[in-house]
Design a protein. Structure first.
Length: 195
């Protein structure tokens, strides 16, 4: 780059959502549930590909207590305006994973037990490519232009992103049969992945 600085405005969602769960579930179904929810809402990986792996980091190690899995999913979705983009970052910290065989309704199923810690962070990115700043008008009135003209759009985008993050967390809690504060909705998969 030729020494020119591009200003990108990033607005973090007001809160980071955290989920802690210890117990049994089907991890493949859990990951598929989260993936399908993101795809249904129009989120993609950072390269802009739909229905691909969302992981930007995956690490698995085997300990005496079981497997420890660390995953980072980074997603993006275009906003209602061409300069606005939503990002949802999910960090999975899954510890002491053990494979189990259980009998459920007369069928043998392979399940997992362990501790799941999930962090969900959202952010709104404004003018990532710096198109407004590069324009003649943007060079002269960058700060005042954003604070006056796009303030309403940015506030609405922040509320919408916070709503998406909260809805995703509620959806996951319903799958894991945890108590939540929002109205129950029908999930794609049965609770804990059991038939």
């Amino acid at each position: 780059m030729s020494g020119k600085r591009i200003i990108i405005m990033i607005i973090e969602a007001p809160k980071e959502l955290t989920l802690e769960y210890e117990g049994m579930c089907l991890l493949k179904d859990f990951a598929r549930l989260v993936h399908d929810w993101l795809m249904e809402r129009g989120y993609q990986d950072l390269a802009g590909r739909e229905d691909k792996y969302l992981e930007s980091f995956y690490f698995e190690k085997i300990t005496q207590k079981g497997k420890d899995i660390y995953m980072w999913w980074r997603t993006k979705r275009p906003g209602q305006h061409k300069y606005i983009e939503y990002n949802i970052n999910l960090d999975f910290d899954i510890k002491e994973v053990k494979d189990l065989e259980i009998v459920y309704k007369g069928q043998k199923l392979k399940a997992n037990s362990g501790k799941i810690k999930l962090f969900i962070r959202g952010r709104v990115i404004f003018d990532e490519k710096g198109e407004l700043e590069k324009s003649f008008f943007g060079k002269l009135f960058w700060k005042s232009f954003i604070t006056r003209h796009y303030k309403k759009d940015l506030d609405q985008a922040t509320r919408e992103l916070e709503s998406d993050c909260t809805e995703l967390m509620t959806y996951i809690k319903q799958y894991l049969e945890m108590k939540g504060f929002m109205q129950r909705v029908e999930t794609f998969m049965p609770a804990k992945g059991l038939i």
